[in-house]
Design a protein around this ligand. Sequence first.
Ligand code: UD1
Ligand code: UDP
Length: 362
Amino acid sequence: MARRKVLLVFGTRPEAIKLCPVVRALKARPEDFEVLVCVTAQHREMLDQVLAIFGVVPDHDLNVMCDGQSLTESAGRILERLEPVLKQEQPGMVLVQGDTTTAFCGALAAFYQNIPVGHVEAGMRTGDMRQPFPEEMNRVLVSRLATLHFAATERAARNLRSEGVVETAIRVTGNPVTDAVLYVRDRLPGGNRDTSRKLIVVTAHRRESFGAGFERICAALRQIADMDGVSVVYPVHPNPSVSSVVMERLKGHPNIHLIQPLDYVSFVDLMQSAYLLLTDSGGIQEEAPSLGKPVLVLRDKTERPEAVEAGTATLVGTDVEMIVSSVRRLIEDEREYDRRSRIHNPYGDGHASERIAEAILS
Ligand code: UD1
Ligand code: UDP
């Protein structure tokens, strides 16, 4: 049978972390696939860090990122610059991941060229189009545009069925983020970690928290950093709407270490050293159980109920008292902490990429 020409389109850090293992799995089968990568570079430095770690060299780079870009600006640039690439390459399938502007525009541009779309991490839903914003709308729209849906979990597959997606178009594969995190974890050098202080690792970047939400998150972090025996490390997202307020509110606190975004290997290493993770990131909620780390989620709604039900993640929103008391509980209640750090990962076993490759072939 002829080789399938697959073009992967991605542009942000989390998409790269989740799709680089898929690139590698497809490239491992040269008799079955011709693999091309087009990065939109919706993110620049944070994308390049991931590409370097996985040794992925893009065939096309749309280089769209501008400082402080609006949603419309990045969407317009991606659609415009992707069209000639699709016309030139004419792949048999375009693969996109998740719910970003790149994922939505990648799927739309492919649809305009009559190219089938495969969607990795399909079927996650909060049911609220404004939380997360604009990601919930993006992923609903990608589902309408896609031909093949790779759901991470059975629940995500159910969501798709309930929206009328036919059974034959859905595959439950796990999330390739588990492939990425296990690949990196297993290559980290061993050695003793400093456990003299409980390390709280923080990340936050969601648009629905801009303004008052971030003010409250920063107020909570100051209280947490004042607790005995605790230290806070926070790689700050470069979005100016995030970094400006975080720098203004937290810079100079002796127990809060504000740092640049870390490359993925360094960040997985930091997560391994963490006592707990305080984050609004989707990917971190999916990675943390593979590392045995409890997650407190700085959001009111989640598209990842599996993590909450399993007990590895707790929604704490952006309420100061709720954030601080939840951290205190995990610090003081060792039994609860132990229970929550020994939960299996509902998002995958490290073999999602191989299943995705197999599903494309079948
Ligand atoms: C985007 C995604 C979000 C995802 C997040 C992961 C959308 C609408 N949002 O949000 O779903 O969870 O990425 O981080 O697609 N910047 C840099 N260097 C970088 C990356 C970003 O300077 O490497 C700055 C730029 O000023 C850029 C801004 O951050 O304009 C915002 O980037 P953008 O991709 O538009 O939004 P994110 O908030 O990163
Ligand atoms: N991450 C990283 N360096 C950092 C912070 C996060 O490599 O300094 C990784 C993290 O392990 C996860 C991904 O980036 O895989 C999450 O990205 P982000 O929070 O930007 O996006 P989201 O997951 O919310 O879409």
